[in-house]
Ligand binder design. Structure first.
Ligand code: IMP
Ligand code: MG
Length: 179
């Protein structure tokens, strides 16, 4: 799998030490409150597992599954929720976790949907954010790393469902994207 990468962007140790900082900030910001983490599957699975074990607060976990891709590397703009009923978030402080903020379609749709269910507060935490113009405006309240507009895989992120199990994050070789 490593041969398919152009270069490594973040080694596992770099990711984990950034998660220590993010978790400390989240634990501080939500102290004395109960947090509900809503993880967006499948991409945020590895990130979620490592981040939540560093948060020192009582928390609940729910997962959401959406499909927003028709192609393998391009966003379609349409977001389909795979659950019939969204998680019960009424009066809760919710923190949406996703792997990467790209066009903004996915997180904007999820945020909108969860806001209709009456949460007390909604914040967004993403591991990566691409430097690009978004199709829909979404701000991450907590961000791991900002990256260039390149296709990345590993640490939960996939290309056509592969590479999620790489422990680090790297840029996929351009000739492999879009095939
Ligand atoms: P958005 O709706 O365009 O913001 O895309 C968000 C989703 O697209 C993420 O949750 C990922 O699943 C996927 N995605 C976007 N860019 C990348 C990438 O560089 N590598 C892997 N998945 C990506
Ligand atoms: Mg994906």
């Amino acid at each position: 799998m490593q041969d398919d990468l152009e270069r490594i962007l973040f080694h596992e140790t770099t990711i984990l030490s950034r998660l220590d900082e993010l978790a400390a900030q989240i634990s501080k910001d939500y102290r004395d409150r109960e947090l509900t983490v809503i993880a967006v599957l499948n991409g945020s699975l590895v990130f979620m597992a490592d981040l939540m074990r560093r948060i020192t607060l009582p928390l609940r976990l729910d997962c959401l599954s959406v499909a927003s891709y028709h192609g393998k590397a391009q966003t379609s703009g349409e977001v389909f929720f795979k659950q019939v009923a969204p998680p019960d978030v009424k009066d809760r402080h919710i923190l949406i976790l996703d792997d990467i903020l790209d066009s903004g379609h996915t997180l904007a749709a999820i945020r909108e949907k969860l806001e209709t269910a009456g949460p007390r507060s909604v914040k967004v935490c993403v591991l990566l954010s691409k430097k690009r113009k978004r199709d829909r405006a979404v701000d991450a309240d907590y961000l791991g790393f900002e990256i260039e507009d390149e296709f990345v895989v590993g640490y939960g992120l996939d290309y056509d469902e592969r590479y999620r199990n790489l422990p680090y994050i790297g840029v996929l070789r351009k000739e492999l994207v879009g095939k």
